[in-house]
Ligand binder design. Structure first.
Ligand code: COA
Length: 163
């Protein structure tokens, strides 16, 4: 069985992430969405909220698991027995960071390959930060994120959360 890990902050999941996940499930037997407790970002949604938003967006698929991890991705992959990390590549700006990360991860876990899938053209310039900013300022993000995410962002706005 080929187990792939799709790591990220997913704060929140966007339609671009959903597209990468659906395509990954055509390639791998099982895909684990691994929510990182990212130290570099201050997330708007808690891990539990993000987990639920992902589950709602993807409905039931027995080959998909949603998990969270702390620490190094390489260690997480080793613990899970995963040999592939999936990353979505958007505009050119992603390349340098992804290139560095893939090399560092290979150094840390030589048996784990990073596989890049090109993001769908409709999500090429979308990011979770941009979606949050627009939604929290009252802009329309439908079509960019799953319906549950749009509703959750609207709730945050009602609670007075500022971008
Ligand atoms: N469609 C739309 N947006 C996409 C996308 C797609 N297909 N793919 C990525 N993005 C966006 C995300 O929305 C996110 O936007 P944001 O920066 O505004 O939040 C951005 O691209 C990058 O997000 P993501 O793919 O979720 O990655 P990340 O940079 O948040 O997470 C980790 C990176 C978690 C994988 C990495 O930090 C990690 O592995 N951490 C663990 C610690 C570790 O091992 N460190 C050493 C790594 S070498």
């Amino acid at each position: 069985m080929t187990l792939a890990v799709y790591p990220g902050t997913f704060d929140p999941i966007t339609n671009g992430h959903v597209d990468i996940l659906r395509r990954s499930l055509k390639i791998f037997d099982k895909v684990v969405v691994a929510l990182a407790e990212n130290v570099r970002k201050a997330p708007l949604f808690t891990i539990d909220e993000r987990r639920k938003l992902i589950a709602d967006a993807l409905k039931q698929d027995g080959r998909l698991e949603i998990d969270a991890f702390q620490g190094l991705l390489a260690d997480y992959c080793r613990r899970r027995g995963a040999n592939v990390v999936i990353r979505g590549l958007r505009a050119l700006a992603d390349f340098e960071y992804e290139f560095q990360s893939a090399h560092m991860n290979r150094r840390l876990a030589p048996d784990v390959e990073t596989l890049f899938l090109m993001t769908g053209e409709e999500s090429f310039y979308v990011s979770s930060s941009l979606v949050k900013e627009v939604a929290l300022m009252g802009g329309d993000v439908s079509g960019l994120v799953p319906a549950g995410v749009a509703a959750a962002l609207a709730d945050k706005r009602k609670q007075g959360v500022k971008p």
